[in-house]
Write a new protein. Structure first.
Length: 395
């Protein structure tokens, strides 16, 4: 492991050079003094460690996008630019699917308090993402929907693990002998399910066959292929769970293989079938992030940043497009119907409640006194405006 402590001699040598020093990335020296390559993200890592060694004011990483976004713009064109992130948030987004920068370079600068600035060579005038230590811990807030595909799951089931000491140790030792690194873990009294990231492991047939053969001696293993891990990333995710209730309806028709919440309270991850991942990311982003106003955290969308496309219409699916069949069933033989979507009601009221300058949001009872709508308004944090005893009784 490289040392990132300040090197005054190196700083002095670079200062004495004429012009701007230009050096290579992607390479390093091992304990034997041999030149080695660092693998994917090696240039980011080399730059980060060099910045730490010379106590740089900040590190700039120039890439093909102007920073981190609330989702992959290739999947969600309405994804918003994240203007600023804490080191931990940025590392979580990087490890759960974003490929803008390698997560390995963030800890090197986090301990030194050196900011990281992300820019795009194609949009040099766009102020990208700034990653630094937050001055104070902000409110609970969802920052991004990430997705990591090419995920394998291994389900291990046995009644023998109930109240038995050492089962996990024996199981994980088998993964270790097979040279496999475990990503997510979910446990119950009779089942342990873990995920394997194909990018971090050599998941060849021979390796997987050996793994299943050895696991078979202690449990009933099952290998589940072609999965994707979809993560809600942000700060104090547990504090947001009550607000995610209406959004969880998008999982009704999804087969969820694994659910995991990070101990750091920075992400909530579900593992689903890979062919459903993009649709799920789009739905979650549309319901949880797309309508966020322009703030110090959320910048313009990817579509708005494209030259000549600032006035393009929002392509995010509307709720009536997603629920077309249900609406037709509701209509029956009638020619017309007036319909409220409860999830949209909750989303719009929350957006009003979260506006900083407003002291209180009042729901006018005369607008619609449907009990389910009133309950959604209450859950979203709205108060009620009543102008008659009958309206008071409904509350």
């Amino acid at each position: 492991e490289c040392d990132v402590a300040a090197d005054q001699n190196l700083s002095r040598r670079l200062t004495l050079l004429e012009g701007i020093p230009l050096t290579q990335g992607f390479t390093a020296r091992n304990a034997e003094g041999e030149t080695v390559v660092l693998g994917r993200g090696g240039s980011d890592t080399a730059a980060a460690y060099l910045a730490g060694k010379i106590s740089a004011e900040h590190l700039e990483i120039w890439t093909d996008v102007p920073g981190m976004f609330t989702a992959d713009p290739r999947v969600v064109p309405s994804a918003r630019l994240l203007r600023q992130l804490d080191y931990s948030e940025a590392q979580e987004i990087a490890t759960t699917g974003s490929r803008v920068m390698h997560p390995r370079c963030i800890p090197a600068l986090k301990d030194r308090g050196i900011p990281i600035r992300l820019f795009s060579t194609f949009m040099p005038d766009v102020e990208g993402t700034v990653i630094r230590r937050a001055a104070v811990e902000g409110p609970a807030q969802l920052k991004a929907i990430s997705c990591k595909k090419s995920t394998f799951l291994v389900s291990m089931e046995t009644v023998g693990m109930w109240h038995e000491v050492g089962f996990l140790a024996r199981a994980f030792a088998i993964f270790d002998r097979c040279g496999l690194s475990i990503d997510l873990v979910s446990t119950s009294e009779t089942n342990v399910t873990v995920s394997l990231d194909e990018e971090a492991n050599l998941l060849e047939g021979e390796t997987l066959d050996l793994l299943m053969e050895e696991l078979n001696s202690i449990c009933r293993p099952e290998l589940i292929r072609a999965c994707a891990a979809v993560s809600l990333v942000g700060r104090r995710i547990r504090a947001l769970l009550h607000r995610l209730g209406p959004t969880l309806a998008v999982f009704e028709q999804q087969r969820i293989h694994l659910l995991s919440q990070a101990a750091s309270d920075l992400n909530l991850t579900v593992v689903v079938d890979e062919d459903q991942a993009d649709r799920l990311v789009r739905q979650l982003h549309a319901q949880l992030i797309a309508e966020a106003g322009s703030t110090e955290v959320f910048g313009p969308s990817w579509e708005q940043l494209q030259p000549g496309r600032t006035n393009q219409p929002d392509r995010t699916p509307r709720w009536w497009e997603e629920k077309r069949d249900a609406l037709l069933d509701c209509l029956g033989d009638d020619l017309a119907a007036y319909v409220y979507d409860l999830d949209t009601v909750s989303q719009q009221i929350r957006a009003l409640v979260e506006l900083g300058p407003i002291d209180r949001v009042l729901y006018a009872m005369k607008a619609n006194a449907n009990p389910e709508i009133l309950e959604r308004a209450r859950e979203a944090g709205a108060s009620f405006e009543c102008v008659s005893p009958g309206e008071l009784n409904r509350v």
